[in-house]
Design a protein around this ligand. Structure first.
Ligand code: ATP
Ligand code: MG
Length: 165
């Protein structure tokens, strides 16, 4: 497990960018954290790093938005409004978790927990001491290669020159 302290939206974007740059086809990322924690902020930054252009709106009502990136697609889920894993299966959305041609980033995965694959990266965002501070933990599960965390950390070090992008 790796953990980062973010004290601003820009710092969370930086982590999102570094994560996005390290994603591969078939990756499943579960974004955990309360409302307003920064799951969508982090996902948008990851999308940019994947070469997604244009708006990346929250899929609050659509449950899933699919974006074309440079080398692969981004499957951005927000399961807040779903009624369990069965609803996900009925809609056939589990086909994209994991996806054959992209990475799946999933907000509110606990709403359809049984449908989440064993191999994944959890990004857990917690409110820290003051309003803008967040503790962000990256926790690999199953066959998700823990060495990838090292790649993300290296990118974070090199991305330091532009903390406010
Ligand atoms: N350190 C920080 N990291 C990320 N966002 C921050 C931070 N500090 C303040 N914010 C603010 O918190 C909000 C995060 O909103 P965001 O939509 O990303 O949350 P979310 O976790 O996706 O919530 P929801 O569960 O409603 O989808 C934004 O308004 C952002 O400006
Ligand atoms: Mg969100």
């Amino acid at each position: 497990m790796d953990s980062y302290l973010s004290t601003s939206e820009a710092q969370t974007q930086r982590l999102g960018r570094c994560l996005g740059a390290c994603l591969r086809v078939g990756d499943v990322v579960l974004l955990e954290g309360e409302m307003g924690a920064g799951k969508s902020v982090l996902t948008r930054a990851a999308a940019r790093a994947m070469g997604v252009e244009g708006p990346v709106p929250s899929p609050t009502f659509t449950l899933l938005n699919i974006h074309e990136g440079r080398d692969m697609r981004l499957y951005h889920f927000d399961l807040y409004r779903i009624e369990g894993a069965d609803a996900l299966y009925e809609m056939g959305l589990d086909e994209f978790i994991p996806a054959r041609d992209g990475a799946s980033l999933i907000e509110w995965p606990q709403m359809a927990e049984e449908a989440m694959p064993e191999d994944h990266l959890t990004v857990s965002i917690r409110y820290a001491q003051d309003g803008a501070a967040r503790e962000i933990a990256l926790i690999p599960s199953g066959a998700f290669d823990a060495a990838r965390l090292e790649a993300i950390r290296k990118r974070m070090e090199n991305d330091d020159e532009h903390p406010d992008d």
